[in-house]
Design a protein around this ligand. Sequence first.
Ligand code: PEP
Ligand code: MG
Length: 763
Amino acid sequence: MKNVPTILWLEEIRKEDIISVGGKGASLGEMASIGLPVPRAFVVTAQAFRRFLVETNLEEKIFSSFENLDVEDNEALERAADHAKLLVMTAKMPAVMSDEIKKAYKKMSADNLIVAVRSSATAEDLPDASFAGQQETYLNIKGEVNLLDSIQKCWASLYGARAIYYRAKQGFDDHTVNIAVVIQQLVHSEKAGVMFTSHPITGEPNTIIEGSWGLGEAVVSGSVSPDKYVFDQRTEKVIDTFIANKKIEIIADGDHGTKLVDVSPARQDLQVLSDAEVAKLGMYGKIAENHYGIPQDVEWGIVKGTIYILQSRPITTIGAKKENKSVSGPKGEAKIILKGQGAAPGIASGKVVVIRDVKDVGSVREGDILVTKMTNPDMVPAMRKVAAIITDEGGMTCHAAIVSRELGTPAIVGTKNATNVLRNGQLITVDGEMGLIYEGLLPQAAAPVQGAAPQRLVAQASQIITATSVKVNVSIPEAAARAAATGADGVGLLRIEHLILGLNKTPGWYIANNREDEFVKELHDGIKIVLDAFPGKTVWVRTLDAPTDEFRNMQGGESEPHEHNPMLGWRGIRRDLQSPDQYRMQVEAFKRLWKEGYENLGIMFPMVSHPDQFLGAKEMMRACGVDVEKVDLGIMIEIPSSAIMIEEFCKCGIKFASFGTNDLVQYTLAIDRNNENVADMYQPQHPAVLHLIHNAIQVCRAYNIECSICGQAGSDPKMATWLVEHGITSISANIDAIAKIREAVARTEKRIILEAARSKDAE
Ligand code: PEP
Ligand code: MG
């Protein structure tokens, strides 16, 4: 190993130094080398770490404990990991080394600069051996003692159980794996945001900048609606400025962590960036794009008038769109071992854990790939932890598909036999877009590509105004912030059954045990989270629609009837009308929200087959003390009878109607939506389905009633195009589909206008 110093300053680092400074260090060095204003930083090199191991005589001790280690034996693995970490943490760093680090730290700033300490693993045969979630980062570190301690903690993290496991499985020799540590000035931005150096959808040379007050996290996480600026790189002018009402900001919380605070009313509507700042950011964007040769997604921050570029990475959506579809998946000679329906986009690798019985779900670990027959609400906590989900059964609208999309976790459903073909502990890579499962850990998937995240940024940046509203579907309140970050025009469907199923007690149980208030509170609180994420935008909450079989595993589920065909059974509005107590509890929650001023709350009734059911539900609501003429009540069109009788519904006072194509298709074509054996016959664009939809849209238009769609078909750009051509008022899509639906809608609307103008000219 050549004699690399303990410390390398950012300015000294070049791409070739990746082996010494890791991927993070090299990328920061490269940004600095092309003149981008990167916050000051130095790297404690990988070689310094190795010298530390040698000089403290740890090498032999650590590696001998790894010899003959069976990484499949969890206990032994954890023991070896803990032992190695303890050795690293308790060893005294050689004085020459700590002195050098202290000197460098002092050189950054005389008075204890607050820094971020990030680790980045490297190996001789894979210089950037960083695997997502395995390296530690410590923020807000101040003072020499804390700095040295954090560096040692980063070093120790190289021997975390998960990291050892992955390296063993990838065939890395632990002797050759090192770790570099980046120490960088922490920028406590007064204003910050993101920038797309070119338009993320069209690729035009328009730089789109979003910014808000405080740290960039608020913009990146979508918790605030940021200002938006468009800078034309051709004319070098700001061509569009949109000032948003910025209600909250995220700021540093003392020396530790961050906190979310309200923006004072006086600053809420102030413009965040001056034209000069926009132009300067645009210039940095251009430098980055020219250097990397591909449009970049850049994070920036400003402190006391100084701009900092914090991160730059390629926008994959532009290149990917133009190329062959298979580029979204892992490339190379990878072997496909199984196929299914791609239900939630993204690529991830991990270790298979097959769950045959829900009571075994506790064995699922962070980063595993959950393989099961079909997920159910009891599995949601495990679904949150895993890198990907694979099921034997189900189609695009099954529980696994809906929840995975909202969690942003790649998923493949309907593989028929994943639980037999895949083995516990097997390492695989999942492409949730294409529905393909590959053998082994493919390098492209080392950092899981969460399907929805890039889409969110794309959508945020594009904010195309469309006459047809583009709304979003939500099923679990925790997805509300991600849903709002798409910039959707409202929520076209909030399914409350996922919220209720998560309580693990049936509504009947709450009634039987006199705990109705608890149920009402849970429901109220869950819906409120979504309403709060969409201030001023309509949120249509659907009353309970859970088939009896989904209630069975819950407490109280033993009294659920055994139905021959739950899909056609006691669910939706039919059940509520016959279970006044269950319905009343829901109305009570809605009433509280209306009383609290949530005028944006509308209620949608599911599985309605006759106008009498709508009128019945409305009357029962009135009897509960709701001024039913003042609130928005509408229906789902999921049963052919409601599509056929839509005029009668309009006459009896519905305020809106929304196609639930997931059910409408299955009831029109007699195809079970959850049955993978007939999945290829499940056709949302079947002429009979389109016929029903077309007629219902025309009637709603005649009665001036908002007509929408919230079934999965609304997330298909082709269907969205057809719907806009046929006059739909709004489309509600999945979080991951909003950007492409917005684009399809905008394109179609423009084409319609253009065609109208041309035919007028021709007259
Ligand atoms: C539908 O039927 O299209 C729908 C949106 O409802 P769910 O998927 O919950 O049945
Ligand atoms: Mg339905």
